[in-house]
Design a protein. Structure first.
Lengths: 233, 233
DNA sequence: GCATATTTGTCCGTATGTATA
DNA sequence: CTATACATACGGACAAATATG
């Protein structure tokens, strides 16, 4: 049985430190969690991780506070921290938020004087995702999908909104990790994202909003189908 | 000269603890900061505060991480934590966000089957604020103003959005603290909030959106006028 | 239900590094 | 440039709560 310390020891050296050690440790855990090497629901033990990252327990605890505040892990008093389990209610909440926020980005893009540039860079992201799809690298496809929608919200021009949305997408990645077959989820969205770029390029607001909405509705039902039958309600 | 420890000693006893000590310490600082007893820009020294709250420095540092992540304090590596200084750019960013988010709440209220209840409870908040205004308690007026707009966003039904907005409002309170004369800022908004409740009650979407927009534009210019001449750009 | 072992929560002492007077 | 104050980080210790047998 592989311990968490073993798993982490692979991907991590002496902790690159330009920032504080706690932040560096948090970043190490962030990437490990996002990559799925720390499964949702698994416990993160202070002592093991502190040993693996070669930091003190106190520093490790500071890192835990950061991750808990970001929603990546859950802190249970006197029981420890666990990689967040996203259930049905969390997925519903995430998509309720996306349905509110992403249209703001779409409107901002079409209302911007630099609409052409924005749409072009969005097109680049989809192109990269399509290349990854033909190469069969569905993990990259998922990453590009997330990047695509992050860019949309970014266009709204609100730092608060962008920060919140980045956190939401990190949470969403936790849900993606529970997918047994990434291809069936991500493949249809590639076409939808391309379609959105097209209607954005044509300056068609109504059609763009429709595409976003159907994308989100589709994604939510697909995710719920997978998450719903999991252990957690 | 009064030290931070002195100031804090007034409002804080042995730390009511139902949650972790770090969270309790963070909550103590939150209330002190929001009440203005810890001025923006002032440094929060580990040792003094740990002594005042009777916690260890380690626990204090965990609390600092939480507050820094919420944006209430700023963490400067190897220099310490300081109560956040909101400047012109921060105020602009906050109102850019509010202009995007609050209309979502307004639309949600008018589109809700329980619109009547929602508007009624908003009216209660304004009524409470009006009572506080006649009593001359402008701090309460400011609190109710914040509560009013928090309730609007809450109606949008997104936990992520509500959480983000609560953080934004806490940040906004930091800006309010720099006001030499709270009455001149808060007094006009009392009427505007009442006007919004009226147009919401009438079910007039366009007018409601217009009221929100002019409220935000007015509030931003007033705040910028005060914050702009401060020490920070 | 009880006793035990494990893990977290918290505190203290201390050494090192960094920024500022 | 030196000195000082402070944050950063570590390791050990014990108490408290939880999990396990």
């Amino acid at each position: 049985m592989t311990t968490q310390a073993d798993v982490l020891a692979l991907g991590i050296q002496p902790l690159a430190r330009r920032e504080s050690t706690a932040e560096a440790a948090a970043q190490a855990l962030r990437s490990q969690i996002s990559a799925g090497r720390l499964a949702p629901g698994s416990q993160l033990r202070e002592e093991h991780l502190a040993a693996a990252l070669q930091v003190s327990r106190n520093t490790m605890r500071e890192a835990f506070r950061l991750l808990a505040h970001e929603g990546l892990v859950e802190h249970a008093l006197h029981r420890g921290v666990f990689v967040r389990m996203v259930g049905v209610s969390e997925v519903r909440a995430m998509y309720a938020t996306r349905r509110l926020v992403e249209p703001l980005g779409v409107r901002a893009i079409l209302g911007s004087p630099r609409a052409g540039d924005l749409v072009a860079s969005l097109g680049d992201v989809v192109t990269a995702a399509e290349a990854a799809a033909t190469a069969g690298d569905w993990h990259v496809v998922g990453t590009q999908d997330i990047e695509f929608h992050r860019a949309i919200v970014q266009a709204a021009g609100s730092t608060h909104l962008s920060a919140m949305f980045s956190g939401l997408l990190a949470e969403l990645r936790l849900a993606f990790l529970r997918l047994p077959d990434p291809e069936t989820l991500h493949e249809p969205f590639l076409r939808r994202n391309r379609g959105l770029v097209t209607s954005l390029g044509a300056g068609d607001l109504e059609k763009s909003l429709g595409e976003i909405d159907s994308y989100l509705a589709d994604a939510e039902t697909r995710l719920l189908a997978v998450v719903g039958d999991g252990s957690r309600p």
